[in-house]
Unconditional design. Structure first.
Length: 266
């Protein structure tokens, strides 16, 4: 019985060795690539431009001009803060600067008449400059009382509500440009022998059931050595008004050398 068990183990070992040797001879597998002509590659849509907006000042949110899902134009006000305190500080700085200007004019005139010394005249001039610098600082803070849209798009998420107090740097909302979409996908790095910028392909979006013409616009900067894959970015050519970020689908490429379509399937 012991001899029978040893013989069975030897047969299993020979089978495992042959199987492993065959796999190594075939070369490493690429993630997402099946044996044969079909290549299972998924593509998903992402906004070309997106950002998160944070508070520039400490203060209470007086009004949110948009809600989640709303569209907005570039430069439109999105958030308004309660800036009564900052406005008072700005007014004080403006008055201080004007007083410093008037005082410096008198001191400089007296200096011309040799009624005051050079040191006092220089100190008066510096006082005016300091008052002007403080006013500019307050003006900069006042600009943080409103947050304007950096580009046209839609509100993806809101993390704050009206009348909440926020601190500088705290995230208020996430924005994205829904009008200009790109698609990202991972392809075998061996495709670099023929895949170039402006290579045309088609993509069928699952959510709409439609097929769209597209082209490659960027290739990844490096290939993944483990999976032998590469990130590729493409864009829809033509109308994409029925699409939105997060949609996904199957891309279809035609390698020139192969002469047959290499496609991705859901």
């Amino acid at each position: 019985m012991f001899a029978h068990s040893q013989d069975r183990n030897r047969r299993i070992g020979r089978w495992f060795g042959l199987t492993l040797g065959g796999c190594l001879a075939a070369g490493p597998l690429v993630a997402g690539e099946n044996a044969g002509s079909q290549t299972d590659i998924r593509a998903y849509l992402v906004p070309r431009t997106q950002t998160t907006l944070s508070a520039h000042i400490d203060g209470e949110i007086q009004q949110l001009m948009v809600k989640e899902g709303d569209t907005f134009a570039q430069g439109a006000p999105l958030v308004v803060f309660d800036c009564a305190l900052l406005a008072a500080q700005h007014h004080k700085a403006a008055m201080t600067w004007r007083a410093a200007i008037d005082k410096n004019k008198v001191i400089q005139r007296l200096a011309e008449l040799h009624s005051v010394g050079t040191l006092e005249a220089d100190a008066s001039r510096a006082e005016e400059q300091l008052a002007e610098a403080e006013l500019k600082l307050q003006e900069t803070r006042m600009r943080g009382c409103r947050i304007l849209a950096p580009f046209a798009g839609r509100v993806a998420t809101l993390t704050m509500r009206e009348h909440q107090y926020v601190t500088t740097g705290q995230v208020i909302m996430k924005l994205l440009d829904h009008r200009h979409l790109e698609m990202e996908m991972i392809v075998p790095s061996r495709w670099l022998t023929w895949l170039k910028v402006k290579t045309p392909f088609a993509i069928q979006i699952d959510e709409t059931g439609r097929k769209y013409t597209a082209q490659v616009i960027r290739l990844g900067a490096e290939a993944d050595p483990l999976s032998q894959s590469l990130k590729v970015v493409g864009e829809i050519v033509g109308d994409q008004s029925d699409l939105m970020p997060g949609m996904s689908g199957a891309a279809y490429f035609l390698p020139p050398a192969a002469g047959v379509a290499v496609s991705s399937t859901p």
